[in-house]
Design a protein around this ligand. Structure first.
Ligand code: PLP
Length: 398
């Protein structure tokens, strides 16, 4: 056998992709699976974006490494209008999904990486590829799993000798649906400034916000220290388009330079037809805006419904305010579960899949302790668009 890189040998297949394959296989075998394990929007890509893609199938040239200039301009305008950001189009890098750009940014930036737990499954393995580990900070359901300033301070103290630290910050959150408000980000910013923390703000769900307040970002409060990562996958239901971007602020020219070089030596540029279609997605268009609002409303209805069901079952679960996930824990059933030989979240997820045909993910895939008995549940089955259309109609009727 060939000798392989030990960092990569330790990796497992991404937990979410693995559950997707498994649920698909069970479905193909004829089982009626409720697939709440995969983080994919159930909606279709808006027709206007689809036709822009079709109209640009002739685009075959390599595009500039940093992205199609018209697209960078559209992305900057879009977020400057939507969230009153102050983005400069020349500081945007386009990539094949935000996942790849987060990976490259983590490759470029040195320093310990602090991650609130639970957090998205891929941050840890992405660092493992580089031979490093994340430093997860376990958060509390009592604070809706949101990182507090004192928890961040404590984490920074653990790395006090390091000149630079990284915080990966995801709001709205996968896997909890938590959305931070402005005051909470201000508190965290105090600690970031004190300890020279660079924030990677993973804002892939920023448009799926039903907290009732305007979306608050580190970019508005701590612009000099914040990289923004986002893309079309969730808000525009276009995960398969593989279109993401990263924004680096003034003062981080070296990051843009290094990332541009990395991109030019790796994927070169994102597919040309997709970039042209993305210009449409990031235009200010009433129809597309209304569509995103309707989809978000359905995510809210489904999130509320599942939250109420979980609470009635006696599970502890914070109320989702954005994205499309919930993170209930079965801690109060520990003794009962023990009698069924279930001692941790992995065994619990297996049990639920085998006995109830419901696919979900164990909380430990999100760096949460196994014995917390938490699971991540997507509030939507990504194959159920018609069901959700009905649900949203019923809800707005009533
Ligand atoms: N960040 C979070 C929190 C996610 O949930 C995902 C996708 O599941 C991504 C980033 C990556 O999205 P993409 O690479 O499709 O842009």
């Amino acid at each position: 056998q060939p000798i392989l890189n030990p960092n990569v040998l330790k990796l497992k297949e991404s937990a979410t992709l693995a559950i997707n394959m498994r649920a698909r296989k069970a479905k193909a075998d004829g089982l009626d699976i409720c697939h709440l394990g995969f983080g994919q929007s159930p909606f279709h890509v808006h027709e206007k974006i689809q036709s822009e893609l079709a109209n640009n199938s002739h685009q075959k040239d390599y595009l500039p490494t940093r992205g199609l200039p018209k697209l960078c301009e559209s992305i900057a305008n879009y977020y400057n209008q939507k969230f009153e950001y102050n983005l400069d189009e020349n500081r945007i890098l386009v990539g094949p999904g935000s996942k790849e750009l987060i990976f490259q940014a983590l490759y470029v930036l040195e320093g310990p990486v602090i991650v609130p737990a639970p957090s998205w499954v891929s941050y840890g393995p992405q660092l493992n590829i580089k031979g490093r580990e994340i430093d997860p900070v376990i958060t509390s359901v009592d604070n809706s799993y949101k990182l507090t300033a004192s928890e961040l301070e404590e984490a920074c103290q653990r790395h006090i000798d390091e000149k630079q630290k990284i915080l990966i910050f995801n709001s709205p959150s996968n896997p909890t649906g938590a959305v931070y408000n402005k005051e909470e980000i201000e508190e965290l910013t105090r600690v970031c400034r004190k300890h020279n923390v660079i924030v990677i703000a993973d804002e892939i769900y920023s448009l799926i916000n039903f907290s009732g307040s305007k979306f608050a970002s580190f970019h508005q409060i701590y612009p000099e220290g914040t990289l923004i990562s986002s893309g079309l996958s969730k808000s525009h239901a276009a995960g398969g388009y593989r279109l993401g971007f990263l924004y680096a602020p003034e003062g981080m020219e070296s990051v843009i330079k290094c990332l541009s070089a990395m991109i030019s030596e790796t994927f070169s540029a994102v597919s040309a037809p997709i970039q042209y279609a993305a210009v449409k997605a990031y235009s200010i268009d009433n129809d597309i805006d209304n569509y995103i609002r309707t989809c978000t409303r359905v995510h809210e209805v489904c999130g509320n419904y599942l939250h109420d069901r979980f609470k009635n079952m006696g599970l502890s679960c914070s109320h989702p305010k954005g994205a499309f996930y919930l993170f209930p824990d079965f801690g109060s059933f520990k003794e009962k579960l023990k009698s069924k030989n279930i001692h941790n979240d992995v065994e619990l997820s297996e049990f639920i899949f085998e006995n109830y045909n419901v696919a979900l993910l164990p909380g430990s895939d999100f760096y949460f302790p196994k014995d917390a008995m938490a699971v991540r549940v997507a509030s939507v089955d990504y194959e159920g668009e018609n069901v959700y259309k009905e649900a949203s109609l019923k809800d707005s009727d009533s």
